[in-house]
Ligand binder design. Structure first.
Ligand SMILES: NC(=O)C1=CN([C@@H]2O[C@H](COP(=O)(O)OP(=O)(O)OC[C@H]3O[C@@H](n4cnc5c(N)ncnc54)[C@H](O)[C@@H]3O)[C@@H](O)[C@H]2O)C=CC1
Ligand SMILES: O=C(CO)COP(=O)(O)O
Length: 357
């Protein structure tokens, strides 16, 4: 693409730009947004997708017309369907494949990854079988690699417009953190570091559920007090659940926790929010998902978290209520009434435990 497109506006503020070969796997909205940042930072980007026609179209038009119409992708970008070629050339690989297909794609090509190669998941979901996060899938499938997770308040539709954005790279490996900060950081994209990979990743997956709840509340014109209540009680629930699974509660105070929860619970640019909004307006879930035409991970995460929380005895009234609406045919009105009249409880349970209210 570099020969038929204009030079990109330089994003990287570093005085000594260094060009690296990187790969982005997944030709959807978020893969495209990360490709754009990386190419603007001067890197050579191998952009892998499964569909040859889509790769050809991106090469010819300089746009991802299906997922990011009207957004020019300039710079050294090579759209490709050659997985081994893309990964072999890359010093670092970013994976933006929806959670449902994530393991299959990595498993099929596990031999392509080198010892010590850095692989970073961008995916915010959970695998149904065994409740595994994407970093755990990477560890299962490509244990020879060094793993990281990128998560935060990162609406793809804003990043491609160079709107000011911050994110989090989480890894136990300091070199992985530094490498991702150097590759992605620029004047409109800021990368913070965290060592709690599990907490960062779980926060990114869980908040999608509360974005659906918030979209539903917005459709019902519940008001600003209700919006604040839903976001804050969503945070209480998701941190309660994550801490029970071993995450650090402090992670939830950061960009990947409260930051991502705020953006997806308040913006119609979030696909999960839009699903909730459509349901609040009376659309059946299948119809809302079909109309969206992109992935809304929260629909699947909801089922898994409900199952897991019930098995572990963790109270998650919003998860339970939303599940009843989406999958149990409960009326929205009955669920709201049940939530509002349930036993009154502790605000911050890390200070005042729920059991001694
Ligand atoms: N779009 C956004 O604003 C953000 C998305 N994410 C996460 O990134 C992940 C990917 O989401 P998006 O790119 O937004 O989804 P999308 O719905 O825009 O695109 C999904 C892409 O995955 C591809 N895909 C699906 N199954 C595949 C398979 N078996 N093999 C190869 N490719 C396959 C599709 O062809 C499509 O290109 C999700 O987990 C999402 O939560 C994270 C941050 C922001
Ligand atoms: O995770 C996201 C923003 O941080 C994107 O959210 P949606 O998948 O709901 O669009």
């Amino acid at each position: 693409m570099s020969e038929n497109t204009a030079a990109p506006e330089q994003g990287n503020s570093s005085s000594l730009p260094v060009c690296h070969d990187v790969a982005v796997l997944g030709g959807g909205s978020f893969g495209t947004a990360m490709v754009k940042v990386l190419a603007e930072n001067g890197h050579r980007v191998h952009f892998w997708m499964r569909d040859q026609a889509q790769a050809d179209s991106i090469r010819e038009t300089g746009q991802n017309e299906r997922y990011m119409p009207g957004i020019a992708l300039a710079g050294d970008i090579e759209p490709t369907t050659d997985f081994p070629g893309a990964v072999a050339s890359a010093e670092i690989v970013f994976v933006a494949i929806p959670s449902k297909a994530f393991r299959d794609v990595i498993h099929q090509h596990a031999d392509c990854f080198r010892d010590g190669q850095i692989v970073v998941s961008l995916t915010k979901g959970i695998e149904a079988q065994g409740f595994k996060l994407m970093s755990e899938i990477l560890q299962d499938e490509i244990p020879q690699c060094r793993i990281g997770v990128l998560s935060g308040p990162n609406l793809a539709a804003e990043i491609v417009n160079r709107d000011l954005t911050a994110t989090v790279i989480a890894s136990e490996d300091p070199e992985v953190r530094a490498c991702v900060q150097n590759l992605l950081g620029c004047e409109y994209f800021r990368v913070y570091a965290n060592v709690d990979m599990y907490g960062v990743e779980l926060a990114g997956a869980l908040k999608n559920i509360y974005a659906i709840v918030a979209g539903l509340g917005s459709a019902l014109e519940m008001g600003e007090n209700a919006k604040a209540m839903l976001i804050t009680r969503g945070m209480a629930e998701m941190s309660r659940f994550a801490v029970s699974l071993g995450a650090n509660p402090m992670t939830f105070l950061g960009l990947a926790g409260v930051g991502d929860l705020i953006v997806t619970c308040t913006s119609a640019k979030s696909r999960n929010f839009r699903i909730g909004y459509a349901i609040g307006k009376g659309k059946p879930l299948d119809e809302a998902a079909a109309e969206l035409g992109q992935v809304a991970e929260g629909i699947y995460t909801l089922k898994l978290v409900r199952e897991k929380s019930e098995a572990m005895g963790i109270q998650m009234p919003l998860v339970h209520g939303l599940h009843e609406i989406l999958y149990g045919n409960a009326s929205v009105k009955a669920v709201i009434s049940g939530l509002m009249t349930a036993a009154q409880n502790s605000d911050v349970e890390f200070i005042l435990p729920r059991t001694i209210v």
